[in-house]
Design a protein around this ligand. Structure first.
Ligand code: THU
Length: 159
């Protein structure tokens, strides 16, 4: 039989009431931030909020461009801003919320491949896992304990 390498990955499903105070604040910031998304092309607004090890919280949203590939996801706007301005503060938790513009309901959200690789980069830089909280339309939250749950067999060059 052919040999195989297996990885066991999982997401936790959390009710709102299972979030601690920081996590609730973070999710509230992500929801608020999506209101400032610049998404005239996709009409899909994403908000992200980040908890740094100092306890400080930052937020950002997606920023699109008429030349579509130039647009940047909320997660990468946020993580780049965080590392540009707080280069010595490890990010601990990132919360995500999304909505189609004009809708009153939240949409499902999960980081794209580029954003997964970016989260991985900051886990590597700080040697610190980053937990990812993704709001569902039902109000439940999917939690990945670290980027390995979303990006198994990832590229970790030079490590
Ligand atoms: N987007 C994000 O900001 N984060 C994600 O995790 C997925 C997608 C943005 C990119 C684009 O502006 C819009 O959502 C539609 O894909």
């Amino acid at each position: 039989m052919a040999k195989k390498i297996a990885q066991n990955i999982c997401l936790h499903i959390l009710e709102q009431g299972e979030l601690d105070k920081d996590e609730m604040d973070l999710m509230a910031m992500a929801k608020k931030s999506l209101q400032n998304a610049y998404a005239p092309y996709s009409q899909f607004a994403v908000g992200a909020a980040l908890l740094l090890e100092s306890g400080e919280m930052l937020s950002a949203n997606n920023q699109e461009n008429a030349a579509f590939p130039v647009g940047i996801c909320a997660e990468r706007v946020l993580l780049s801003y965080a590392n540009a301005n707080y280069p010595n503060q490890a990010p601990l938790k990132i919360a995500l919320a999304a909505k189609a513009l004009g809708s009153k309901n939240y949409s499902s959200i999960s980081p794209c491949g580029l954003c997964r690789q970016t989260i991985n980069e900051y886990e590597l830089k700080f040697n610190q896992e980053i937990a990812i909280y993704m709001l569902n339309p039902s109000g439940e939250i999917f939690k990945a304990d670290n980027i390995s749950q979303l990006l198994p067999f990832k590229f970790n060059n030079f490590k």
